[in-house]
Write a protein that binds this ligand. Structure first.
Ligand code: 6R9
Length: 647
């Protein structure tokens, strides 16, 4: 635990949108009268029909319902594009930096408008209408943003699937939301390596009973792919047939904007559903205040649009604010470990937002690759995805930011739509490792296992007591699962799944997930998903998966596997199982360590005691706790003796 405190630099307190006094009064107003507060801030976006109602939400068990600005009518693409044209049509909206340092593109708001309208017409020609779901499986190319905004323009609902997911995972996500149209690229390009996106779509479509009606293929590498006549079309060929004028469909504030699948503690990934008005108000307001975005800034968030961070803080928040947002196709260490810093210098980036896992891996290369770059354009740094350890924080602050740039450690989730707990750079002193204080309108509470609300300095589970505009509205197609997952553990409150500590200053320190979700390099993985992939292998009888501390990834995946009778536990089989999980879910789910275990620790009722498996994976043999209730306490010794070593 770090004791260091960094006070707000005085020039920040003077120049930022809010200083501490301002934060205190705005925060107090926001929680005292949410209707008045959000009623005012809801006006930051343009409405075709203004709302007359602001907040209409209930966390009551059995009746969870979340509506914001419910009678307002607007359009997200209109807000992210059209309304900027008059004032900043020739300003750059998107800077695209390709995988290779030789490739980049600048797209003005006027060009963005033309591209989005064209894309919308291509979709419309294929029958896509308001409310239809469209799956996007694209690399980090500008067309990903065009496609998102094109859907929003038509009132269609996009579901982006990260390019690192396997055909199986993609098929599950296409089928769950019933997309008839998939947008992909011939191939993706990352770190010089090609990703067979179109081939994956073909494999996924083959698994879906009715297949898909349309596959739109953006040419990225020009690689040869199979095209199914009548179903598949190259984007450039379809775009040549349409105009670049397509009216923005008026949509209700509570009409869906997107679905994004995320892992939970049980079962298959959930389709987190976000709607239009509240989401956009919240994404744009947080982007402006937390990153202290001012016109002229060049803002870069290194996430992939396949994750929620890319949705809210590469595309929707920044573009709603008329910002210049940078989109990066590549990876931090290609062609060299200076890449991030080179890109910052090349495009004069002033605000930089990345993940702790990237910082930790770049830290390993030492200071020289950073120090040989200028980074003089930087003024603010951000972190997201997992707790940032104080060592990584200090390095980010000292080496990357030259002790000049505040760091905003932003805590939030796919479900929250936008950042909930974070410093504001002109208002909040910084403590390395703490996400600090709630954003306006956010009411965090720390509760114990029984749900008792703890006061003062304390440690427990993090819940949010009332709704904010960016909150998810439901699990697509399964409202009961939504209530069950988030509102039943502590009835009447939104349960985040995270543990946290609150210190004497009222600052929050997120300690990580308290459920069976692990966070690998900032990516959420349900242990249950990896387990079901493993047991699908014909040689596996049982599997239990837990996280273990990993120097770079934050957490690694540790799998205990029991083989079918008579199957030899070989090194070859270990490799085969890793490859199997990669194929089933995707490379991000590859187990780091597999331990063959003849038996797993189970209670007499047959429940696997994960607590014990977690402790063994963490090397905490002394604190296994009571093992006497196990059906066969003897399995524990075997597990300890055969524990796999960390790489
Ligand atoms: C935005 C995003 C959400 C989970 C969340 C928590 C962890 C994210 C964090 C953080 C500590 C931060 N998390 N940001 N933990 N400090 N600044 O990452 O969404 O992929 O849904 O993950 O990530 O455990 O519950 P998502």
């Amino acid at each position: 635990m770090s004791e260091k405190v960094y006070d707000v630099p005085s020039q920040w307190a003077q120049k930022a949108y809010v200083d501490d006094a301002h934060y205190q009064s705005m925060y107090a107003a926001s929680v005292k009268d949410p209707d008045a507060f959000w009623g005012e801030h809801g006006k930051r976006i343009d409405w075709f029909t203004p709302y007359t109602k602001v907040k209409n939400t209930s966390y009551d068990p059995g009746h969870v319902s979340i509506k914001w600005f419910e009678d307002g009518v607007t359009n997200v693409a209109y807000n992210c594009v059209d309304r900027h044209l008059e004032e900043r049509g020739d300003q750059v909206a998107i800077i695209w930096e390709g995988d290779s340092p030789d490739e980049s593109r600048k797209i003005t708001y006027r060009e963005l408008s033309s591209a989005v309208n064209t894309f919308a017409n291509v979709l419309r020609n294929r029958g896509v209408e308001k409310g239809d779901r469209v799956t996007i499986y694209l690399p980090m190319i500008p067309e990903a943003a065009f496609a998102m905004l094109a859907c929003a323009r038509l009132g269609a609902v996009h579901s982006i699937v990260f390019g690192g997911f396997s055909p199986d995972s993609l098929a599950g996500r296409i089928a769950d939301c019933g997309s008839k149209c998939v947008i992909t690229a011939d191939e993706g390009l990352r770190g010089g390596r090609k990703v067979p996106l179109k081939a994956n779509v073909d494999a996924a479509a083959a698994q879906i009973e009715d297949g898909v009606d349309h596959v739109i293929v953006v040419r990225r590498t020009g690689g040869k792919v199979d095209m199914t006549p009548g179903r598949d079309v190259y984007y450039d060929e379809a775009a040549a047939m349409v105009t670049d004028e397509c009216p923005a469909e008026p949509v209700n504030a509570e009409d869906p904007l997107f679905i994004l699948y995320t892992s939970g503690s049980t079962g298959k990934p959930k389709g987190v559903l976000h709607t239009t008005g509240g989401y956009l108000v919240y994404a744009s307001m947080t982007h402006q205040y937390i990153f202290d975005y001012h016109p002229g800034d060049v803002y870069w968030c290194t996430a992939d649009v396949g994750w929620v961070t890319g949705h809210s803080y590469i595309v929707y928040g920044p573009l709603a604010n008329g910002a210049t947002t940078l989109m990066f196709e590549g990876i931090p260490n290609y062609p060299s470990v200076s890449r991030f810093w080179d890109v910052i210098d090349k495009h004069q980036v002033s605000i930089f937002y990345t993940a702790p896992t990237a910082i930790r891996s770049l830290m390993q290369a030492g200071e020289e690759p950073v120090k040989k770059t200028s980074r003089a354009s930087l003024r603010l740094l951000g972190s997201v995805g997992e707790p940032i350890n104080p060592e990584a924080w200090e390095w980010y602050y000292r080496v990357v930011g030259d002790e000049r740039c505040p760091i905003v450690d932003t805590w939030w989730q796919t479900e929250t739509g936008g950042i909930l707990i974070t410093p504001l750079p002109g208002a909040t002193k910084l403590k390395p490792g703490s996400a600090t204080r709630p954003f306006f309108g956010v009411m965090p509470e720390v509760v114990d296992a029984e749900g008792k609300v703890l006061t003062g300095a304390c440690e427990g589970n993090l819940v949010i007591a009332d709704s904010w505009p960016g909150q998810m509205r439901t699990v697509y197609g399964d409202h009961e699962r939504f209530e069950q997952t988030y509102f039943s553990t502590y009835p009447g409150k939104y349960f985040t799944g995270d543990g946290c500590r609150r210190d004497e200053d009222g600052f929050y320190w997120i300690t990580g997930r308290v459920d069976d979700v692990i966070n690998v390099s900032g990516h959420r993985m349900g242990t249950a998903e990896v387990e079901s992939a493993l047991v699908a292998h014909p040689k596996v009888s049982e599997a239990a998966v837990v996280g273990f501390p990993h120097d770079i990834k934050g957490q690694g995946i540790y799998a205990y596997v029991t083989l079918m009778d008579g199957v030899e536990p070989t090194e070859e089989l270990r490799k085969e199982l890793v490859a199997w999980v990669r194929r089933e879910i995707g490379p991000i789910a590859s187990p780091d360590l597999i331990q063959f275990a003849p038996g797993l620790p189970k209670t007499r009722s047959g429940k696997i005691m994960r607590r014990i498996l977690r402790k063994i994976a963490e090397d905490q043999f002394e604190s296994l706790g009571d093992t006497s209730t196990l059906a066969d306490p003897g399995v524990v010794d075997d597990l300890i003796n055969n524990r796999q070593n960390k790489r």
